[in-house]
Design a protein around this ligand. Structure first.
Ligand code: GAL
Length: 741
């Protein structure tokens, strides 16, 4: 056999060939950056292989940030083109790339997503975007029936790195690739749905368009229509979906799918209607506050008793320690306590229908955040466009929509509030988007809310705003003057200091957080300290030693199921680090309208994924920070955020994080021990189809008879000695509480 034939055979065995696509599960890989690495004839034979479906940090290149190259050689059979109905474009589907890529075919650039640090306008990540690059099939740069080389230059800013998300492949562009099927709803209840198919190519596309409405729980198609349609180039066709007679609050799947006539390819989209599980809040008084609150001696105390029920409510608190007083009409307790100790209070809330009582403990000592902080943060909705008005509107909505009555209390401004210059005295001041920030602080306090702010130990924040580097004490003093109750302290450009100091010891990671710890300690005000450095140097092992109340365990969350899985589900080993005053933080919530900018969109999570997201975060005893525009809260999201029995799992005073007890490909079961001896259990269906899951109590070490309560529905669903079975929607959850009987 000649040499060329042998190498062709080798290549063919590396590239799995199906009829229509050629997949690349591996590539040659090298860290660094040299422009000759893009050439097809560059000799990469000494480079090691790497998998293309998983980030490089998961494959031995731990903590490597910066440039690296992937090179893939493959034979492109002309049969691919001959067998295609459309023969005009070759299409590369490269999966996601963390953070920015420049892609070359045989040395010629065919695409780029994101901006490199050297690009005009500077670095901008596009880590969560699928790369699809199309090139004309008659391009002289494509070598049909010969070896081709795809070279991908990647720039990774921080964590992760490189190709991931799916196995890349090449194929001929087909009609269905050029169709966009969508389903949209208006927000007015009951929602009306439209579906459309848009042809983004210039050529006519023909096929059958089917729309169906399905009850997935019993696998029954309730209604369906289908018709033959031709869609001219660059045209969109839309249909209103007939929801008449379908119960407004049921979980229904709407599926719109288009089957292309010549290839048989199907392009479809489905949505699940936002179904509400939790009954409306009762008119009877109910106290929803956490059962414990920590404060330091002589620090200003501010706590609003969270309670629901028909207004007006009358609030009462017996045995308040000396120095505290309650405003009976609002339930706001303020003052200062000078003597350390545990004070047992009896709260009482009444209205014309009745009254509710609750034991409550104020612990005057050194510990703050005895239950995970609950509130709002501006980042996931407004990003750097945050301003005074946007903060106030979400805070006002906390009151108007009643979130404050369910225990939501922090209003936190994330990045983007700082002025580029400090005052002559070196003081940090807000930029023009904010007026009087001290006045904003007292406005929040007067309403019983708390005030949070954001900074970085570096010279600049991630968004390029002024950081606290070498101004830590000054900044902490300013925050205290403004009435700040919470600081998120984000590593960001501290990376430059860290790199310059060439010290990668544990102490070097801790140093910036210790500096701010001391600055906060020097204030005569309690400031909850939230460490944000994405889990570096196993922060959960030492966050407590720098007085951190919570620490981010991961990179930033996005509103996708993959992101919820990787931030929330993928770190079960951290459970032992959570305790009162110290919480693992898998990042903020991605329900409601999010966007990280001035433009908001509804979360891309399905309703089931949202139930799972909130359930898991509560089981994890995570800080709960709403990341959406609260002033635009829809009924579904409001319901999701105001189920007191679910929130009580997060706020449980034992402060234990759930343990992952069972993990199979399709099912995960997490169990959290609660202060009253009962267990909160999340049974998650990780698969894409409905699944009947049976939980055998013995499999999670439980013996005895239990009352089973469905926490989302707030109903008891039975008593059992041995098992619980439920039919769980795709990516959905059954969240239950087992109480011994
Ligand atoms: C990131 C952080 C985000 C947000 C952002 C602001 O590093 O993880 O939560 O704070 O910076 O620029």
């Amino acid at each position: 056999m000649n040499k060329l034939f042998l190498s062709l055979l080798l290549l063919l065995s590396l590239q799995a060939i199906s009829q229509k696509e050629i997949y690349f599960s591996e590539a040659k890989f090298k860290t660094g950056d040299q422009s000759e690495w893009k050439a097809s004839n560059f000799d990469d034979s000494q480079w090691p292989f790497i998998k293309t479906g998983t980030r490089w940090e998961d494959q031995g290149y731990t903590r490597y940030d910066g440039y690296a190259w992937y090179r893939i050689k493959f034979i492109l059979p002309s049969s691919l083109k001959q067998n295609a109905y459309w023969k005009d474009s070759l299409s590369f589907w490269l999966g996601k790339i963390d953070d920015v890529d420049e892609t070359f075919l045989n040395g010629v650039k065919i695409g780029q997503t994101g901006s490199l640090p050297t690009d005009v306008g500077g670095y901008e990540t596009q880590w969560d975007t699928y790369r699809i690059y199309n090139i004309p099939a008659n391009s002289s740069n494509i070598y049909w029936d010969k070896e081709n080389t795809i070279a991908i230059r990647v720039y990774d800013n921080t964590s992760g790195g490189g190709m991931f998300g799916s196995i890349p492949f090449v194929k001929m562009l087909t009609q269905s690739d050029e169709l966009e099927v969508s389903i949209s709803s208006n927000t007015a209840p009951p929602p009306n749905y439209n579906t459309s198919v848009e042809n983004i190519s210039a050529k006519m596309v023909e096929g059958i368009w089917a729309i169906s409405i399905k009850d997935g729980a019993i696998d029954k198609i309730i209604r369906s229509t289908s018709k033959a349609v031709n869609i001219s180039g660059l045209k969109k066709i839309t249909e209103k979906i007939n929801m008449a007679g379908i119960a407004g609050n049921k979980r229904i799947e709407i599926i719109s799918s288009f089957k292309e006539k010549h290839t048989g390819d199907i392009k479809s989209k489905s949505v699940v209607t936002p179904y509400i599980l939790t009954p409306p809040v009762s008119a009877m008084p109910r106290i929803n506050s956490a059962l414990v609150f920590g404060v330091r001696p002589n620090s200003p105390f501010i706590f609003k008793i969270a309670a629901t029920g028909k207004k007006p409510l009358q609030y009462n608190a017996e045995n308040l320690p000396e120095g505290l007083s309650l405003e009976k009409a609002t339930g706001i307790i303020t003052g200062k306590v000078s003597v350390k100790g545990n004070y047992n209070i009896k709260l009482n809330v009444s209205n014309q229908l009745g009254n509710a009582t609750q034991d409550f403990q104020i612990k005057v000592g050194e510990e703050l955040a005895l239950t995970p902080p609950m509130g709002w943060n501006s980042w996931n909705c407004w990003g750097l466009t945050v301003d005074d008005e946007k903060v106030k509107s979400s805070a006002q909505a906390f009151i108007d929509k009643g979130l404050i009555d369910h225990g939501w209390s922090y209003i936190n401004i994330d990045d983007g509030w700082q002025n580029p210059e400090r005052t002559n005295a070196g003081e940090i001041i807000p930029n023009k988007k904010f007026g009087d920030i001290e006045a904003l602080g007292s406005w929040l306090h007067n309403k019983g809310l708390k005030f949070g702010i954001y900074s970085s130990p570096g010279t600049k924040t991630c968004g390029g705003y002024t950081g606290s580097y070498q101004h830590e004490l000054k900044d902490a003093t300013t925050y205290a003057k403004w009435g700040v109750d919470y600081l998120k302290y984000d590593w960001c450009s501290y990376e430059d200091v860290f790199t310059k100091e060439k010290d990668t010891s544990l102490q070097a990671y801790q140093k910036p957080y210790q500096t701010m710890e001391l600055a906060l300690k020097a204030q005569s005000r309690d400031i909850v300290y939230s460490l944000c450095q994405y889990g570096m140097a196993d922060v959960w092992k030492w966050g407590d030693s720098v007085n951190g109340n919570s620490w981010r365990t991961t990179g930033d969350i996005q509103d996708t199921w993959e992101s919820v899985v990787s931030n929330g589900f993928d770190h079960p080993e951290l459970f032992s680090y959570a305790k009162p005053g110290n919480w693992n933080d898998p990042d903020m919530l991605v329900v409601g309208k999010v966007g990280w900018s001035g433009t908001l969109h509804s979360t891309m999570l399905t309703p089931d994924e949202q139930y799972s997201h909130i359930s898991l975060w509560c089981l994890l005893s995570s800080p709960l920070l709403i990341g959406c525009d609260v002033s635009k809260l829809d009924d579904f999201t409001l319901n999701l955020l105001t189920n007191d029995e679910v929130l009580a799992i997060d706020q449980d005073i034992l402060g234990k994080q759930a343990q992952q007890k069972i993990k199979t490909k399709d099912v995960q079961i997490w169990v959290k021990s609660l202060a009253d001896g009962s267990k909160a259990i999340g049974i998650f269906n990780m698969s894409n189809a409905y699944k009947v899951v049976r939980l055998n109590f013995s499999d999670i070490g439980l013996k005895g008879k239990y009352i089973i309560r469905d926490l989302w529905r707030q109903i008891n669903v039975g008593v059992s000695q041995d098992k619980y079975e439920s039919n769980i929607p795709p990516h959905g959850v059954s969240l239950i509480k087992l109480t011994g009987k």
